[in-house]
Design a protein around this ligand. Structure first.
Ligand code: SF4
Ligand code: FES
Length: 163
């Protein structure tokens, strides 16, 4: 699914000036419509170096290649995140991932948010049943309020969870 902003979405963003936010680098502009965010945390899990709810601004538009940012914006299920490529922008393809599977798991604690697990890991429920994941990363709830435990569903933002 492409989250490229349509004409009507751009008009919506323009009409809600002051509510919608935009973040631009030399190649792309990313828009965020907070009223449509369902806190799925796809963006936080997909690219934590760019989408970090504990930082201000929460989108670091220079934190990764434009191609990788667009790839993550496309995973936003509610279209709260949208993008536009600037005129004449030709994006370099994102670096291909190494085919060698990672040896270790890596856990990164996001300030005031979930713990992101990536690398070589298996997530199991209390009955030792494997929890199937949509991506090769998992955001584990640390605030205790997620309705999708053990996974984060973004509720930490609503309840103002602080470390
Ligand atoms: S991916 Fe999820 S958390 Fe991120 S902006 Fe979209 S709806 Fe909100
Ligand atoms: S840390 Fe995200 S919902 Fe708990």
């Amino acid at each position: 699914m492409s989250n490229k902003a349509s004409k009507s979405e751009l008009e919506d963003i323009k009409a809600k000036k002051g509510v919608s936010r935009s973040y631009a680098n030399d190649e792309i502009t990313v828009f965020w419509r907070p009223e449509l965010c369902i806190h799925s945390a796809n963006c936080l899990i997909g690219l934590p170096g760019v989408f970090d709810s504990s930082e201000r601004p929460w989108i670091n538009i220079r934190g990764a290649s434009s191609a990788d940012i667009l790839k993550t914006v496309d995973t936003c299920p509610s279209r709260a995140l949208l993008y536009l490529k600037n005129a004449n922008t030709r994006l370099r393809k994102s670096r291909k991932k190494s085919k060698t599977p990672p040896k270790f798991a890596r856990v990164q604690i996001l300030k005031d948010g979930p713990a992101i697990i990536s690398g070589n890991f298996i997530l199991r429920d209390p009955d030792k049943k494997k929890i199937l994941l949509k991506t090769d990363k998992a955001a584990i709830c640390r605030c205790g309020a997620s309705k999708k435990k053990p996974l984060c569903d973004g509720t930490h933002l609503k309840i103002g969870f602080k470390d």
